[in-house]
Design a protein around this ligand. Structure first.
Ligand code: IMP
Ligand code: MG
Length: 177
């Protein structure tokens, strides 16, 4: 099946049923790894919203869920850009954190998110991403423990991911052709 967003063509890549199957398996892994540890799932908006909603239906252990958004503004020194995470819970100190991402491309965003979460002094940080583009990845993350699908270095939309702001509501995942 093909769709068009803003004159760009996309074709079906991963059906929702396939995503759901994969999430059941990741859920089992999380339920075992974090039993009795009350982890905090920290979703990075906007892209993670659908993934997080479906993933959490497969997580049956006691856990907390919150969402953050990366924000940047000019610091006191001119040119200096300050990155913050809006929406972090009051304290992640001593907690087991699972960062939930829609997609990791170069890894630049994730690197910044990890650095900001680390400042809160959690006892552990793991990363759970729906999609990973191994060929585009510029870092070696030891935190990257849960990956839904490894994909080629292509642009994708749907299931939370957008092209020019459009397409986040698509149930399946499409790739640019
Ligand atoms: P990174 O910092 O290069 O790893 O990617 C940062 C962000 O770019 C992701 O969180 C997405 O919001 C966006 N992004 C990267 N690849 C895609 C894609 O294929 N489709 C839609 N958004 C993408
Ligand atoms: Mg994102």
């Amino acid at each position: 099946m093909k769709i068009q967003i803003d004159h760009k063509d996309f074709e079906l890549m991963i059906e929702h049923e396939q995503v759901k199957k994969r999430l059941r398996l990741i859920g089992i892994q999380l339920n075992v790894a974090y039993e009795n540890r009350i982890p905090v799932f920290v979703g990075v908006l906007n892209g993670c919203f659908m993934f997080m909603a479906d993933l959490m239906k497969e997580v049956h252990i006691a856990s907390e869920v919150c969402f953050v958004k990366m924000a940047s503004y000019r610091g006191d020194q001119r040119e200096e850009e300050v990155k913050t995470l809006i929406g972090l819970p009051n304290s992640l100190k001593g907690r087991e954190v699972i960062i939930v991402e829609d997609i990791i491309d170069t890894g630049n965003t994730l690197k910044q998110v990890i650095e900001l979460v680390e400042r809160e002094e959690p006892v552990s940080i793991a990363v759970c991403t729906l999609l990973l583009k191994p060929e585009a990845l510029e870092y070696d993350f030891e935190e990257l423990a849960y990956v839904g699908f490894e994909i080629e270095n292509q642009f994708v939309v749907g299931y939370g991911l957008d092209y020019k702001g459009i397409g986040r509501n698509l149930k399946d995942i499409y790739r640019a052709v």
